[in-house]
Design a protein around this ligand. Structure first.
Ligand code: C5P
Length: 297
């Protein structure tokens, strides 16, 4: 995160990727308890906040036109909730550069809301002890607490229990999306009652091949219901598995974005070029390392 001389604060809303996602239980309120391993890509939306007369949101970037009401609401709602919590008037212009596909299983509105909370906390000089951003974020979206951290972590509960995984190596990923939006709620709605056990690693893997072999015995429980809603996911998973150097292909979150893990970024980029030719959005990225310095635009 950076504060410029003109008082503009910028923060990344990094793509969130679920390396595995086990659904453990369904609560009485309809929410599902999860055990998931989240990592974040070095590919992100960008939030900029600057002092202004009133609260406003401008959206730009390649996916600006795709943004549904829910996504821009999550940004404005985050700003209003934070302002209310610390009892100030939110006199701020927010600019969101939407580089990530929307309703895509990459964190979307949650990542943007988390970035807005971080940026506004800096712009408004809110002391960390003045407000619990995790609690505030949970009221906006289940992925907000993890997105506030934006580092590798296990996520439990319905999204509020975060356990960072320091030392997880950074590795290359290819993200591929078919251009079809999938609402998280509707994918969970199609999920049956085939629950899984929690499956956290007993030790942090130190190489990509160790990580891949641990992931092979885990899965994403939302893959099957998501494929029922969008058959393009199965096509993408097949295509990813066919590319040279792909070590593992899986759906992220409720989809429809799939990811492939590669041994090096060159192979991931070559695969991206190949899959773009099929009309899909594809982006090769490194994961953001644990223990990196805080945002540094
Ligand atoms: O919190 P978020 O807006 O991301 O959730 C969207 C929908 O996904 C919820 O309304 C709920 O139906 C479903 N969901 C769930 N269990 C979770 C997270 C989300 O059932 N842990």
């Amino acid at each position: 995160m950076s504060v410029r001389a003109d008082d503009t604060v910028r923060a990344y809303a990094r793509a969130k990727i679920n390396l595995y996602l086990h659904v453990l239980n369904r609560r009485e309120d309809g929410y599902h308890e999860l055990d998931s391993l989240f990592v974040f890509g070095d590919f992100a939306d960008v939030i900029a906040v600057t002092p202004a007369r009133s609260l406003s949101l401008e959206i730009q970037g390649p996916f600006a036109g795709k943004l549904g009401a829910q996504e821009d609401n999550s940004v404005l709602r985050a700003a209003r909730l934070l302002a209310d919590a610390v009892q100030i008037r939110p006199q701020t212009k927010i600019t969101l550069t939407k580089n990530l596909p929307v309703a895509a299983g990459l964190g979307g509105g949650s990542a943007d809301a988390a970035a807005v909370l971080r940026a506004l906390a800096a712009l408004w000089r809110i002391s960390p002890s003045a407000v619990d951003l995790t609690l505030l974020g949970m009221g906006i979206g289940s992925d907000v607490p993890a997105c506030l951290l934006s580092e590798p972590c296990y996520v439990g509960g319905i999204g509020e229990q975060i356990e960072p995984i320091p030392g997880l190596p950074a590795f290359p990923l290819l993200l591929v999306n078919p251009g079809i939006e999938l609402a998280t709620r509707s994918v969970f709605g199609t999920f049956g009652r085939e629950f899984s056990e929690a499956a956290r690693f007993s030790e942090v893997p130190s190489t990509i091949s160790e990580l891949v072999s641990l992931l092979q015995t885990r899965h994403n429980d939302l893959e099957r219901p998501a494929i029922k809603k969008c058959s393009g996911i199965a096509e993408i998973l097949h295509a990813l598995n066919e590319t040279e150097g792909c070590l593992l292909a899986r759906l992220s979150g409720s989809g429809a974005t799939c990811f492939g893990i590669y041994g090096n970024i060159v192979e991931a980029k070559q695969a991206a070029a190949l899959l773009k030719k099929r009309g899909w959005w594809a982006e090769a990225t490194m994961t953001a390392k644990a223990e990196r310095p805080w945002e540094d635009l």
